[in-house]
Design a protein around this ligand. Structure first.
Ligand SMILES: C[S@@+](CC[C@H](N)C(=O)[O-])C[C@H]1O[C@@H](n2cnc3c(N)ncnc32)[C@H](O)[C@@H]1O
Length: 281
């Protein structure tokens, strides 16, 4: 409904101060930078939460959030994150794994038959599961290898989704038929959904992790995926994160970014190997 001054009448009062409060809190907790143009997005993402808590305005929600910070902040963050992803998204990275990285690791075995990959900001799991399928397809005698994919995300809801490994059938369309038959099982009573086989899940460890926090695991990783994540951060936050990834990568390790992301000043520490594919010098 339009009011006289042509603004859409909203269910909840949402002032500039409310937006600034949420913007600062989200940035401090997650590094996610919400520019002014994200006001409508913040409103629509959090409106559901206000309804659930029976609030009449964002002011009430902000006050509640302030005094129940530990209890509520996870819900705020889960509402704000953008989790768009799909299987074999930006497929050239999976081709690079199969055609370049795995053959080289198999040939040189720099740390024995061991491969470590980190999917940082893995969303609902399509990225790490696509990675696992690519490894199984390309490592000969994979059972003799020590393979681990660490898959982490800030949003606790998506981490649970990853662990369950349940997907709507339409989401597995980008996967070739052989891999669909091999790794996706029907679910009794749920014809529109399929579940990932435990044999594929076993390669992946899923964890809730805020990239802004201390990382409680040691590298080195052969590959780090951080795709379509830093796009939500400002430049100083991106540069700090790239420095930490550089430290976590094995010499000659690979960093994959999303299609619109750049290393900026940090590029000098990497060789550029084609589209958003970087190799530690
Ligand atoms: C658009 S998805 C990208 C998923 C996948 N990497 C891809 O490219 O398809 C971005 C993900 O980054 C996560 N994210 C955002 N800020 C984060 C942070 N501070 N720590 C960890 N994950 C974060 C979000 O929760 C979201 O699931």
């Amino acid at each position: 409904m339009n009011t006289k001054n042509n603004k859409v009448k909203r269910e909840f009062l949402f002032t500039q101060n409310d937006f600034l409060f949420i913007k600062e809190l989200v940035y401090n907790v997650s590094g996610i930078h919400l520019s002014e143009v994200k006001q409508d997005m913040v409103y629509s993402r959090l409106a559901k939460r206000l309804r659930a808590l029976n609030f009449k305005s964002f002011k009430e929600y902000c006050q509640y959030l302030e005094s129940n910070f530990d209890k509520e902040v996870g819900n705020t963050i889960n509402s704000i994150t953008t989790n768009l992803t799909h299987f074999f998204r930006e497929v050239h990275h999976f081709d690079t794994i199969k055609n370049t990285i795995v053959p080289e690791l198999v040939r040189t075995q720099p740390r024995g038959k061991r491969i470590r990959i980190w999917s940082a900001g893995c969303s609902t799991g399509e990225e790490p599961y696509s990675t696992a399928m690519s490894l199984v397809d390309s490592i000969p005698n994979i059972s003799q290898w020590d393979v681990e994919i660490l898959a982490t995300d800030l949003d606790t809801n998506v981490v649970e989704h990853c662990k369950a490994g349940v997907y709507e059938k339409r989401r597995i369309e980008p996967i070739d038929e052989r891999n669909v038959k091999r790794w996706f099982k029907p679910i009794e009573g749920k014809r529109e959904r399929v579940i990932i086989d435990d044999e594929l899940k076993k390669y992946i460890t899923f964890k809730h992790l805020n990239l802004m926090d201390k990382w409680s695991f040691a590298g080195p990783f052969d590959i780090i995926f951080c795709r379509n994540v830093v796009i939500y951060f400002d430049k100083p936050t991106q540069q700090k994160l790239f420095a930490r990834y550089h430290e976590m990568l094995a010499p000659g390790g690979y960093l994959f970014l999303g299609h619109s992301e750049q290393l900026g000043a940090y590029q000098k520490y990497f060789d550029v190997l084609g589209k958003t594919t970087f190799r530690k010098k």
